[in-house]
Design a protein around this ligand. Structure first.
Ligand code: DCP
Ligand code: MG
Length: 356
């Protein structure tokens, strides 16, 4: 840990993609508070304030020391002269917590929105609607049989408990094995890489993200269909949404595109069968009770397929974090993430340092 006094605030880049940010957060007390405030602003459709707090969180996460006095923040980017951001920092330094943040946590709208968006397939629009209809809990939403749930929301409610409980590294590895085996059945030389938070070293996630490519990949459209068909036959698919590639539209030379969001992908919920670790307790169950024991967990999985030439861009984009991601990236020939950083004149940042 670095001492605040020997740290040069001026060396902190204003760009998240250039700040080495590991999962070692010395300022969780502050960033947790900012995250809640940012979210509350988002629920109230105040995007400017929401973004200001998200940026402040991102900057504080990269500091190699714990902020203990206001002076520690001097010269740092994004620590808002605008907004009341510094008042919160002061309150937390002095009181150990923020009363305003506590108020947000007990706010009816915040609590309801937080619950609603925790359901797969529910965003701000639906939350707003349900809130206006007078719903405050998921039980109330569930109980209303006149509500028309979307194709995503149905499995969202059905597998709610599984999906809100985070995916562990062990579960991610188990899913990885399934994805690898299935993809390689159809594409023996496929490269299957775990991306998202797990590639950045996180021990838990809300889903498991994979990028698939292969040197000989001609008909990339095929592979996801084949994988989906097989899993469906095996009874492993609880939900899927296949999104076609929008690459053709983005192909024009040097056109600025969201370089990682146009690939063919599939958002799905997979039925992960779990090894029963505790065999002693299960053996004491009667045969009739054994059938009642649920031995699987619903897991959110994202599969992305990229042409081999675009692999580095896809990898960089789908590794994230969202805050670390580079906007308006121009497509250039790049074999690796290192080359992309170099093309852009940026210092290379390793995946585990991209947790901005
Ligand atoms: N991504 C992005 N913009 C999107 C969707 C995804 O930049 N609209 C990128 C950045 C994310 C990565 O894809 O880091 C994976 O998306 P996730 O939502 O799965 O995010 P993480 O894997 O980082 O977090 P979690 O642990 O919650 O899954
Ligand atoms: Mg993820």
């Amino acid at each position: 840990i670095v001492k605040a006094s020997s740290f040069v605030a001026g060396t902190v880049s204003q760009y998240a993609c250039q700040r080495r940010t590991t999962l070692n957060n010395y300022n969780k007390k502050f960033t947790d508070a900012f995250d809640i405030l940012a979210e509350n602003y988002e629920f109230r459709e105040n995007e400017v304030s929401s973004l200001a707090f998200m940026r402040a969180t991102s900057v504080m996460k990269c500091l190699p020391f714990t902020v203990v006095r206001m002076k520690d923040l001097e010269g740092l980017p994004c620590m808002g002269v605008r907004s009341n951001l510094l008042l919160y920092v002061q309150e937390i330094i002095e009181e150990g917590e923020s009363s305003r943040v506590k108020d947000v946590l007990t706010d009816e709208r915040y609590q309801s929105f937080k619950l609603f968006i925790s359901v797969f397939g529910v965003g701000l629009k639906t939350s707003e609607k349900w809130y206006r209809m007078g719903f405050r809990t998921l039980e109330e939403v569930r109980a209303d049989k006149t509500l028309k749930l979307s194709r995503m929301q149905k499995p969202g409610f059905l597998h709610y408990e599984d999906l809100v409980s985070c995916v562990s590294k062990g579960e991610a590895d188990a899913v990885s094995l399934i994805v690898n085996n299935t993809v390689r059945t159809f594409l023996p030389d496929a490269l299957v890489t775990i991306t998202g938070g797990f590639r950045r070293g996180k021990k838990i996630g809300h889903d498991v993200d994979f990028l698939i490519t292969s040197p000989g990949l001609q008909e990339e459209e095929e592979i996801l269909h084949k994988v989906i068909d097989l899993w469906e036959k095996q009874g492993l698919l609880l939900y899927y949404d296949l999104v076609p590639s929008t690459f053709e539209q983005a192909k024009l030379p040097s056109r600025k595109v969201d370089a990682f969001d146009h690939f063919q992908k599939c958002f799905l919920i997979l039925k992960l069968h779990q090894q029963r670790v505790d065999t002693s307790s299960s053996s004491t169950l009667k045969e009739s009770d054994k059938a009642e024991v649920k031995d699987w967990k619903a897991i959110r999985v994202d599969l992305v397929v990229s042409p081999f030439e675009q692999y580095a861009y896809a990898l960089l984009g789908w590794t994230g974090s969202r805050s670390s991601n580079l906007n308006n990236m121009i497509f250039l020939k790049a074999k690796s993430e290192e080359e992309i950083f170099a093309h852009l004149g940026l210092d290379y940042i390793d995946p585990w340092e991209r947790n901005a």
